[in-house]
Structures are given as structure tokens and as C-alpha cells.
Design a protein around this ligand. Sequence first.
Ligand SMILES: Cc1ncc(COP(=O)(O)O)c(C=O)c1O
Length: 359
Amino acid sequence: MFAVRAARSARLLRRAFTTGSTNGFVGAIGNTPLIHLKTLSEKTGCTILGKAEFQNPGGSVKDRAALGVVRDAEERGLLKAGGTVVEGTAGNTGIGLAHVCRARGYRCVIFMPNTQSQEKIDLLRMLGAEVYPVPAVAFENPANYNHQAREFAEKLDNAVWTNQFDNTSNARAHYETTGPEIWEQTNGQLDAFVCATGTGGTLAGTGKFLKEKSGGKTQIWLADPPGSVLTSYISSGGKLTERSGSSITEGIGQGRITDNLATFVNDIDGAFTVPDEASISMLYQLLDNEGVYLGASSALNVAAAVELAGRLGKGKTIVTMLCDGAYRYQSRLFSKKWLETKGLTSAIPEHLKKYAVLD
Ligand SMILES: Cc1ncc(COP(=O)(O)O)c(C=O)c1O
């Protein structure tokens, strides 16, 4: 009797877990919520919406790119069962790839500059990746981590260097998923999309889809951190690549037009730079007013959406990306000492300084 009952409850439990289930880790990537940012919408008279990419199973927008480049390698026959995926990355792409590789049975090898935090190295190793920290040298130097990743893959059979910056299957992943999701979630009623770029995959892929689908009506804007050349490039119609300053944001800002960005750069409606002071202030405001705990690139994106609301006028709907949570950066972003060394303490409104709880 007990055995029969146990078998029945196991069957019911299995059914409960399979009803509405996803196809493993990769099936859980994407379809993230679009969050209405109430306070900022009221303040600007626009509808400001943030795509909650921190809800991806690997914790960031880069899960989409990771799956995109791996799928592409599989489809092109470059990667077969038991193969090796190699990438040069210091951040979220590595984490996404490590997850996707475990889920698909591939070996994952990551090259990164040896200036990166031990936490990042530890996390990648915990996710089963092999990590090689190498000297932090310029791209022109053959010892740069990207070149080492490529050479490592070239020496192996059944291995691929996924090359996130110039492999356009990264942008394609956003064209096929992020763009359509946003279009559907807004019923096609969006006036503008804005975000910062690292590889450019998110902006190029999502932007291209939204531009095409809206018949050119949806404006696509690029938001840049200080130290990036893209605002200068886009604002000058491709003539200049000036840069000034540097930024505390991670994963964004670029010194060149990557192949991913090149697929869309001429169709971007405009670009502007968001100072770190505005990003850090927004990060704390989003926590206090909306209850969302975000990394600095997301805070920059929301600050950019607010700036764009001012430029486009009231009544518009503006979408941006909430790329990842603050968990990977909290020892910096919520540290009084770190904020002081970066000269950012005064950027945080007085009543929000209570959130900087770390010394
Ligand atoms: C936290 C974060 N935000 C934004 C981006 C930029 O996305 P993309 O590479 O698609 O331009 C990245 C890229 O690594 C990132 O890690």
C-alpha cells in the first residue's frame, strides 16, 4: 500500500515539475519580464521600461550571447559532442558560457587578464571552467588574452574560439530573441530603445529587429560610459574616435567598432555619454524607489532612458536593459571607501547614503 502511494506521489511530483517546464538550462534563457519603472515614469511623464535580464539563469544578459555563439558553432559543424569552447572574457560572457557548456557537455576554457578579481576566477572554476589568467597587455600585443584564447582553440580538434566581439551570431541571438520579446511585451508601442554596448551584440541585434519591425519608427540610441569612443564616432557620422576619461562601469565602453556593432552602427539615431556620477546616483535611486538591485551598466542604461525622455518629450515609451544584478560588484558599489577613492560619494543623494553599508 505504502509503495503504491509513494509511486503515485513521485509520479505527481514529476508531473508538477514538468508542467510548464523549460528544456534544461538553455531553455530558461530569455523571456525575461519587462519592468515598469514607476517612479521614473512619473517623474519624466514617459513610460520607462527595463528588461530584467538579471533574471536569466546565469544572472545576466550575456546568457543570450553565450547560447547564441555556441549554437552557431554547433550548427556550422565546428563543435561536436565533447568539444571545447574557448573564450577571452573577464565577465558575464564567461559565466554564461560556463553554464551553457556544462548543460551541453562541452569543456569550457576561459582566458582573462590577470588583473581580475579572485572572486571572478573562483566563480568560473566553480562552474566547471578552466581559467587561465594571463598578463594584462594591450590588444596589439600577441600575448593579449583574446589572442591566447584563439591560439589555444586553433591547436585543438573539435574546439571553437567563440570570439564574442566579432562573431555576429552574438547580435543574431538578440535579433531573434530580445527584440521580438520587447516588441511583444510593448504591443509594438515603443518610441525608443537605448542601451550601452560592450561587444555591441545587444544594441545591434535588438535595435535592428525593432527598427525593421516598426518600419523605422522606433528610435535606437547608444549610451556610452566615459572613456568609450562610440559617442564621438556616432555623433560625428563615423569621422572621429575621440575618448576622454574613464569609468567605474564594467562590461561596457569600447575603443573600436566591433563586427557586431558594425551590423547596425549606421542606423543608430544618436549617442551620448552618461557620467559615472549619474550612473551611481541612479543605482542607489533604483534600489530605494523601485526595489531593484542592479549593476552599474544597468544603472547607466536607466539614467540614459531618463535623459532620452527629456530629449524626446512627454508621453513616450522608452525601453532599456537591466543587464545584471549588483551581486557581482557589491564589494565596490556599496563600499564607502571605494566610493570615496573614486570620488563618487558626493554623487549619492544624502538620504541614500545609508545603503553604502560596507566600509
Ligand atoms: C554587465 C554588462 N552590461 C552590459 C554589457 C554589454 O552587452 P553587449 O556585449 O551585448 O554590448 C555587458 C557585456 O559583457 C555586461 O557584462
